[in-house]
Design a protein around this ligand. Structure first.
Ligand SMILES: [Zn+2]
Length: 610
């Protein structure tokens, strides 16, 4: 060691000791790391986005709320299904965000009613589940039930409601639930990972809700409990999600690779990072994101899964050599949680790439799960299937997916580093805060079915600021005009395009974009390969009503495959449709292939020697 380094050592030690003291003193006041991107209020969501959101807002939202299914299991224990209790928390989350856009007073009354009735079912000890007393998580703390899962969603739903409608009674009820969980699963008590399913990964999803409770109360006992949940997860060799992600291992093994729940655990790690600043939690999330993004996504943005000898069931991640377009599935909850993870990473970093992912999954895989009557919903879809299985009943996926329909709609525009950040080209109206001189912006056009948008500025007075906008995935800007003048926006480090000027009432930004047509090769089982196509943010698929008996691309040579996009011809008219020269195939957006009588063929087998 060189002399100057030795001389510095005591100083370094003193500084470190001093910092530790400071840390101990201020631990309770640790500043939660703010998200960089803060949302502005959506007043209206239109176009395809609004159409799909309204299907749920006008139909399924009321259908499930008025069925009694949300609350019966709490009011008349036991419920009729092991995870019946999850639905009210999911509904509260989605319906609260829906009210925030629509301002529908009837919905507000329903929200208040459901919260009041749910709170009234809480037992003195804090329990708020749907199980009878011999089967609660307190009675069977090492059981295989879904009682903790119910509390995970109660906390999530109630804390979301309370964020928009402050209410001390709600916070007290949540604290009582948190305290009950600590009494049973805190330090020196039962091992949380021995409860639930898939090595306990269903129970450790409570991590995110416990951190939310800390964020709301700033009571460090909840933060300590959250970190203790990580500790017990890491002590379970069949779970250890953080250890596996830090070592850049596969997502196929932690908790049997259960897709939905693994990603829900990552949501918890992201919040925990924001509340502690400990890098290992953030790295867990980013490495997990990278693995899923690289190995486990369809071109539709759906995280696929398949039952294999080495994992738990068909809802678990599998290695790439398990891929087969008719044998893999996408659980709707996987779409929803992947979108949530991307929206939260987007809020945290402001990076366009995360919202692009959320948008691809929404426009393709998620819309593919939702039936156009607004009620029915698929639990699973497959990229190649003759008919999706829509069902009218209540299942996890039909309650998860509306949550992200609404999350998307509440993230249409925001603020980052004092810039107005326009995050979508979907037709919509967004309220501006005084930092942008008040007023609103109105986006018009037919995105994503059309490749242009006009952003109207309706300002209360002129003001200078930077406006940035996100170009959708797989698109380029053809021309951008401010009023009649063409401008060349610069792309910033987060992938947004910037325009700085003194904005005045009546200004209009016109954006013309161009969708890239791309081919994607997917490897899979028995060394087979498939090709799939995307157009801008859309996955393309052939609409089929029976299992095809031909493989039109299988005899293509490598050169022919390289040239294949040149044989695509966009049909005239407003609809997105491509035909291929010399073939009887029409490609349309994946989600449009779905009906009660037809489904998608997204992947086409190719010569595996290529
Ligand atoms: Zn599900």
């Amino acid at each position: 060691m060189k002399l100057y380094k030795i001389l510095w050592l005591p100083v370094v030690i003193i500084i470190v000791l001093f910092s530790r003291c400071q840390l101990n003193v201020s631990e309770q006041d640790y500043d939660i790391i703010n998200n960089q991107w803060q949302q502005l209020k959506t007043i209206k969501d239109g176009g395809l986005l609004g159409e799909r959101a309204d299907l749920w807002r006008n139909q399924r939202l009321w259908n499930i709320a008025e069925s009694g299914y949300l609350i019966d299991g709490f009011e008349n224990r036991p419920g009729v299904h092991p995870w019946q209790g999850e639905h009210i928390g999911k509904w509260l989350h989605a319906a609260t965000l829906a009210f925030n856009v629509t301002g529908d007073e009837k919905l507000k009354q329903k929200l208040d009613e459901m919260v009041g009735r749910l709170l009234a079912t809480q037992l003195e000890n804090g329990y708020m589940g749907t199980y009878d007393k011999d089967n609660t998580f307190m009675a069977l703390p090492e059981g295989g039930g879904w009682d903790i899962w119910t509390h995970r969603y109660n906390l999530y739903g109630l804390l979301t409601y309370e964020k928009y409608f402050p209410n001390k009674k709600v916070v007290e009820a949540c604290k009582k639930m948190g305290d009950l969980l600590i009494r049973y699963f805190g330090k020196g008590k039962y091992d949380l990972t021995k409860y639930g399913t898939r090595q306990g990964i269903s129970s450790t999803t409570i991590l995110e809700s416990v951190v939310m409770l800390y964020e709301r109360t700033l009571d460090t006992k909840y933060l300590d409990f959250a970190e203790y949940i990580v500790h017990v997860s890491e002590n379970n060799p069949k779970l250890r999600l953080m250890g596996a992600m830090l070592e850049k291992e596969s997502v196929v093994y932690p908790g049997d690779g259960k897709g939905y729940q693994l990603m829900a655990n990552l949501l918890g790690y992201l919040r925990l990072y924001r509340c502690t600043g400990k890098e290992k939690y953030l790295k867990t999330v980013l490495n997990g994101w990278e693995k899923i993004h690289t190995n486990h996504l369809l071109v539709t943005g759906g995280p696929w899964s398949r039952h294999m000898p080495y994992n738990g069931n068909k809802e678990c991640f599998a290695h790439i050599d398990a891929f087969h377009p008719e044998k893999v599935v996408v659980e709707g909850c996987c779409d929803a949680t992947w979108i949530q993870l991307n929206i939260h990473l987007f809020e945290f970093t402001g990076e366009a790439k995360y919202f692009n992912e959320a948008e691809i999954t929404l426009f393709n895989d998620l819309y593919g799960h939702q039936y156009t009557d607004g009620i029915e919903w698929c639990y699973y879809t497959a990229p190649n299937e003759k008919t999706p299985k829509y069902v009218p009943g209540y299942h996890c996926c039909g309650s998860s997916q509306p949550r992200v329909l609404e999350m998307y709609s509440s993230h249409l525009a925001g603020v980052i580093n004092n810039k107005l950040s326009i995050n979508t080209l979907n037709p919509s109206t967004i309220a501006l805060t005084s930092q942008f001189s008040g007023g609103r912006i109105k986006i018009e056009g037919g995105y994503p079915l059309k490749q242009s948008a006009k952003i109207h500025f309706e300002l209360q007075k002129s003001k200078s600021f930077i406006m940035e906008f996100r170009l959708p995935a797989n698109t380029i800007a053809k021309a951008v005009y401010v009023n009649d003048e063409e401008v060349l926006p610069l792309e910033n480090s987060r992938g947004f395009m910037e325009i700085k000027r003194k904005w005045k009432n009546g200004d209009m930004v016109s954006i013309d974009i161009s969708y890239a047509l791309k081919a994607h090769v997917q490897n899979g089982e028995e060394g087979k390969k498939w090709i799939a196509f995307t157009y801008g943010p859309f996955a393309l698929a052939q609409q089929i009503s029976k299992v095809p008996d031909n493989e039109p691309f299988k005899n293509f040579t490598q050169d022919e495959l390289k040239q294949v996009l040149k044989s695509f011809s966009r049909q005239s008219g407003a609809k997105i449709a491509f035909t291929i020269e010399g073939m009887d195939i029409t490609f349309i957006p994946y989600y449009q292939t779905d009906s009660k009588h037809s489904g998608p063929r997204t992947y086409f087998e190719i010569n595996n020697k290529i």
